[in-house]
Design a binder for this molecule. Structure first.
Ligand code: MN
Length: 246
């Protein structure tokens, strides 16, 4: 299959800086959403992406198991930086990393950024939110619709960089022609409900147009956070040397 890739990272309408970082490095794609005062969040998410990029630059083939190793290396790199610089103390980041491997997509994930599968007009969340409300939904104490509006929906329970050890979620999904994988920071999902995201993905057949519209809609809904969106679309044909169209 051939992959078409589109992305955008936007500051939003309220924040003073963009602490999200994005990785477009075929066959690896990721979104990291940093947190921590001042520049720390930015440093955290950038360190995650840089560490992952360095980890794959060694010229070896990537295996699905590598995702967890790459994320753990990113975690340690952020932790180390935070220990050696008091202005960066306590910084952290989410990381949702996917590896496209023929007809499979492998996911490594920590935090409340998300990966979705969009197939035949239907949107399915592939990752679990590591948040207080995410846990309550999992335990059946809260409906997903209630979670979308819950006042404490931003409380995150697992991030990279705050502890030398981190537990990484791993998922794998089989994909087919016409499928799209959406990766996004919570600046999208806290502003738009899944129905709105689904309708944009259904309406916009061009991946970049879909990305741009999702960001526009998040900003129109308030743009309270940085918003980052990546779409990887699978089309018939050969993935010539895995080149992505950006
Ligand atoms: Mn965010």
């Amino acid at each position: 299959m051939k992959t078409l890739v589109a992305f955008k990272s936007d500051i939003g309408r309220v924040r003073e800086g963009n602490e999200d970082s994005v990785l477009i490095h075929h066959p690896l794609f990721a979104v990291a959403d940093g947190m921590g005062g001042h520049v720390a969040g930015d440093v955290a998410s950038q360190t995650a992406i840089e560490t992952i990029t360095e980890g794959v630059a060694e010229g070896r083939g990537l295996e699905p198991d590598d995702l967890e190793e790459l994320i753990k290396a990113a975690n340690l790199a952020i932790w180390d930086k935070a220990q050696s610089d008091s202005t960066l103390h306590g910084m952290g980041t989410t990381c949702t990393l996917i590896l496209v491997d023929d007809s499979r997509v492998h996911i490594g994930h920590v935090g409340d950024s998300r990966a979705y599968l969009f197939r035949s007009g239907e949107l399915t969340q592939l990752t679990e939110d590591h948040t207080l409300v995410g846990r309550m939904v999992k335990e059946g104490r809260l409906q997903p619709e209630e979670a979308e509006r819950h006042p404490q929906r931003n409380i995150i329970t697992r991030t990279l960089g705050v502890d030398p050890n981190v537990q990484v979620d791993n998922e794998v999904v089989t994909i087919g022609e016409g499928d799209r994988i959406l990766i996004c920071s919570d600046g999208l999902t806290s502003m738009l409900d899944s129905g709105t995201i689904t309708s944009v993905l259904t309406t916009e057949s061009d991946p970049q147009a879909a990305v741009d519209r999702l960001v526009d809609e998040a900003n129109a809904a308030g743009g309270e956070d940085n918003v980052t969106v990546v779409i990887v679309e699978f089309q018939p044909g050969d993935d010539t040397a895995g080149k992505s169209v950006v």
